[in-house]
Design a protein. Sequence first.
Length: 283
Amino acid sequence: MPRPAPADAEARRAVAPVIAYPDDSLPAPDLPLYRAAMAGARKVDEVRIPPREGRCFRVPRGHLFRILSVEGPQVGDLNLWNAADLSERFYSGKTRALHGTHLTAGDRMWSAFPHLRPMATIVEDTLDWYGTDAYGGRVHDVIGTRCDPYTHALLSEGDAYHHCCHSNLTRALAAETGLSPAEAEGHVHDVLNVFMCTGFTRETGQYFMKASPVRPGDHLDFFAEIDLLGALSACPGGDCSAEHSSDAAACHPLVVQIFEPADGALAGWTPPERNAYDRSHGA
């Protein structure tokens, strides 16, 4: 039972919130430049991710990549690394703090400490019309960690399921790099849940998922700010309308397309430098 409310409870609740990380001083991406580069770019590679599997892909800096829905509604779990240094990887928590719980065009995927720089910028989002629904659901979240076999075992009294997104990403990274699965697993990290519709219940604050609004042809376009190694899992939950980490959901492939801009299309663009903090920590 909750404790009795104090006399000034309503006054305490009425205190206005303060944005923890105002983004006014963040370096703004040049979306018109990136969009113009995409409009004149040519496709140079394509990777198909089978249902309930993961695959890696590489994107040179200054190139673009598209995550594309094909055949049917499907969500995907995305990891990004610096192609030359796996210790520089996507930092979902700091990205969430800077941009919010869900990402869309103009938002950036930031890398982990001590690097903390943009890895990729979202250039186009064909689901930006969805907004926030009546349940508080939005699309493309950075709050869910990824489905994994450990939580699955915990909640299913020990059942082993090897096609959770965590395992899919682990196998994909191991195959791409030659690392053992045990070595690769340590580099797999919290994800951008592409196309996934999620939020928190108002009553209990629990993380929820619901049927994704994605349809074939919908896509997210990204600009690679640095040389990237990516991995994408086609989640075993399909559109996540009912469950994940099982073979019961209808699942579909996803496609990653890589695009090279025309010569001169990025005139004036420079890759982002690593974070300027000197790492002295006051010592």
